[in-house]
Design a protein around this ligand. Structure first.
Ligand SMILES: Nc1ncnc2c1ncn2[C@@H]1O[C@H](COP(=O)(O)OP(=O)(O)OP(=O)(O)O)[C@@H](O)[C@H]1O
Ligand SMILES: [Mg+2]
Length: 180
């Protein structure tokens, strides 16, 4: 996987599969300390302790017909390659949180990729799920909370073409600081 956004898609897709109603994606850049932090938290079905341990191994998946699950081990591998850290905590019935740090100056850190399109695909592709995206880059902050957007839409679906246009423009204008 050559972009961090692909990891974000994959981990958030796991949350959707786990029937999460709310998903938080938080990306924090702290250049002074050479840190890039990624947090993905959901309120899905969660995992018991043994499963939460096993999923960090590539040879585990609960997907039917799939013997090898790669989403989590790949992210863990990328984090550790850069000298960063990986933490997964989960509880049955409560949800799952993945917290990863990367050394932002490590030569093997993949590029972030297109975070704007990643947000759009997740929001528009999962209209029933609520997302909070929290981006922070050296003191500049941006938050998109789909609950707030939906409240303004007054019943118009969040994947309506005009809403997608609006969101695209909104993200273009407000996330500038986060696109390197
Ligand atoms: N957020 C989550 N909530 C509950 N269970 C999860 C969550 N994320 C992962 N899992 C469990 O961990 C397993 C492994 O996840 P992983 O993303 O590594 O592989 P996968 O989703 O099975 O396959 P792949 O991502 O390669 O298509 C999943 O099959 C699922 O059982
Ligand atoms: Mg997966």
């Amino acid at each position: 996987m050559d972009e961090l956004c692909s990891h974000i898609m994959d981990i958030a897709a796991n949350s959707v599969t786990a029937k999460a109603q709310n998903i938080l994606v938080s990306i924090t850049r702290d250049s002074m300390n050479s840190l890039l932090m990624l947090q993905i938290k959901d309120d899905g079905v969660g995992m018991d302790e043994e499963t939460a341990y096993k999923v960090q191994d590539p040879f585990f998946s609960t997907k039917i017909g799939k013997k090898v699950g790669l989403g989590i081990p790949l992210l863990k591998g990328t984090a550790e390659t850069t000298g960063g850290s990986f933490r997964l905590s989960s509880r049955i019935g409560a949800g799952t949180e993945i917290y990863v740090t990367f050394n932002s100056r490590h030569p093997d850190l993949p590029p972030l990729g297109n975070i704007k399109d990643t947000i759009l695909v997740l929001v528009v592709g999962n209209p029933e799920t609520d997302f909070v995206f929290r981006l922070s880059s050296d003191g500049n902050n941006f938050v998109l909370d789909t609950k707030e957007v939906k409240a303004l839409l007054d019943g118009v679906p969040i994947n309506h073409p005009e809403v997608i246009n609006f969101l695209t423009k909104y993200l273009d204008e407000n996330m500038i600081f986060f696109i390197h």
